[in-house]
Design a protein around this ligand. Structure first.
Ligand SMILES: Cc1cc2nc3c(=O)[nH]c(=O)nc-3n(C[C@H](O)[C@H](O)[C@H](O)COP(=O)(O)O)c2cc1C
Length: 193
């Protein structure tokens, strides 16, 4: 049911203080909250539940190949069998594999991803377990609270703290294909610029 949601690269700290990057597409925002849907077997959700902080990095469409480079990687040393069966491998340095660069955060420990035009530093509010058909925890619905937003200058309306929607383009995940967005169709009455 991947009807089309933005790709977010979640940076979290591993137990040994190295950094993990987890690509996700089950993400939506309301006010200062971003809610994520994470399969329980990922290293990212394990890190988020332990450290209770992360950075939500939003790539632009031109970064789709960088995202895909780490699509079959997990930060889990012991690759879960269902993932190993479809070619996932343990990767310690996903920044190197993705050809992306870390940059320090201001309010959380995990670094941001420099190339992503939008980066939200966030803390975990709650991770609600959700059971699969076998009764075991299959997913976590993780509610995060955004503490600080960073945006590349070229997607900000000069002299304001508004994102220019004509220049910011999310990378969308649509039924397992990557898409950008089209041209601006018009704005809602609440738009501030
Ligand atoms: C574009 C894309 C979108 C994805 N969306 C999700 C998602 O919404 N939720 C999820 O649990 N996994 C999602 N995945 C799969 C995770 O990235 C995968 O489980 C990966 O192993 C997570 O890395 P980690 O184990 O190091 O945390 C997605 C993968 C890609 C490439």
């Amino acid at each position: 049911m991947y009807f089309g949601t933005p790709v977010v690269l979640i940076t979290t700290l591993n137990p040994d203080a190295t950094v993990n990057i987890s690509p996700m597409s089950s993400a939506w925002a309301l006010g200062d909250r971003v809610v994520l849907g994470c399969t329980a077997s990922g290293q990212g959700i394990e890190n988020l539940r332990r450290e209770r902080e992360c950075v939500l990095n939003f790539p632009s469409p031109k970064l789709w190949r960088n995202v895909e480079r780490i699509a079959r990687a997990t930060g889990k040393h012991d690759v879960p069998p269902e993932k190993a069966a479809i070619g996932y491998e343990f990767v310690a340095d996903k920044f190197a594999l993705a050809q992306l660069a870390p940059t320090p955060s201001e309010t959380v420990e995990p670094p941001r991803i420099a190339e992503c035009p939008l980066q939200f530093e966030a803390e975990l509010v709650e991770a609600r377990p959700s059971n699969g058909a076998d009764g075991r925890t299959a997913f976590f619905i993780a509610e995060t609270r955004v503490k600080r937003v960073h945006a590349h200058r070229d997607v900000v309306v000069e002299g304001t703290n508004h994102i220019d929607p004509a220049r910011w383009e999310p990378l969308l995940y649509v039924f397992r294909h990557y898409f950008g967005t089209g041209t601006d169709l018009g704005k809602t009455f609440k738009a501030e610029c």
